[in-house]
Design a protein around this ligand. Structure first.
Ligand code: SF4
Length: 209
């Protein structure tokens, strides 16, 4: 897989576990509030990539100290060799948490069937009618709804999360987002941090809804 970053230790990204995080390179969304701008391009220059072999080497070295790996991004599910990478990580005895934007329910379905994920977090960017504005691209919202349903019914530990981008989402929008979350699933609302937002006008918290 192509990775644009790796953090060898985190206590806050995998609920209940000491973990590392690998950041997949490339994303199909351009959320105006994204602050991972360096991870969005699918073909970055070679030197901005983090070798998969280095991640595996570190995980091997930290066996017994770390419990899990968070695979975040970018959007990991866009890389067709994600299952192979997760198999390697599982083979080292690690639990896996996957962060996704939910645009590839086919990949989620495959990963769940192969038991390659132990925890999943999916962003719900906005009410469906405003999804494309908050994702920065035209989004197939049927795929988003399919992913939400797959995750909710997967029986895996999971949560959904929404960034409260106050210049773009009002209270009515946030209520509509909450209605997308099936009963029994948790919605975590994250505060919006305007620093380094992809859309320059948001960096000043400008009202552009
Ligand atoms: S889904 Fe949005 S927030 Fe996440 S990496 Fe892609 S552009 Fe950034």
């Amino acid at each position: 897989m192509q990775f644009g970053g790796f953090q060898p230790f985190t206590l806050s990204d995998y609920p209940g576990h000491i973990a590392a995080i690998a950041f997949a390179q490339g994303c199909n969304f351009r959320c105006p509030f994204c602050h991972n701008g360096d991870l969005l391009a699918f073909t970055p220059c070679e030197k901005s990539l983090y070798p998969e072999s280095e991640i595996i080497r570190t995980l091997r070295r930290r066996q017994g100290k770390l419990e899990g790996l968070v695979v975040s991004g970018g959007e990991p599910t866009l890389q067709d060799n994600l299952p192979r990478f997760l198999e390697r990580v599982k083979g080292l005895g690690y639990k896996i948490k996957l962060d996704t934007n939910g645009s590839r329910p086919d990949m989620l379905s495959w990963l769940f069937a192969a038991r390659l994920v132990d925890y999943i977090a999916m962003d719900i960017k906005a009410p469906l009618a405003r999804y494309s504005r908050l994702s920065g691209v035209v989004v197939d919202v049927d795929a988003i709804e399919e992913s939400i349903a797959l995750i909710a019914w997967s029986k895996l530990p999971h949560h959904f999360r929404t960034t409260a981008v106050t210049p773009l989402l009002n209270e009515t929008d946030m209520r509509a987002v909450a209605q997308l979350v099936p009963p029994g699933s948790e919605l975590v609302v994250q505060p919006f941090n305007p620093e380094n937002a992809l859309e320059p006008s948001l960096r000043n918290d400008a009202a552009i809804a």
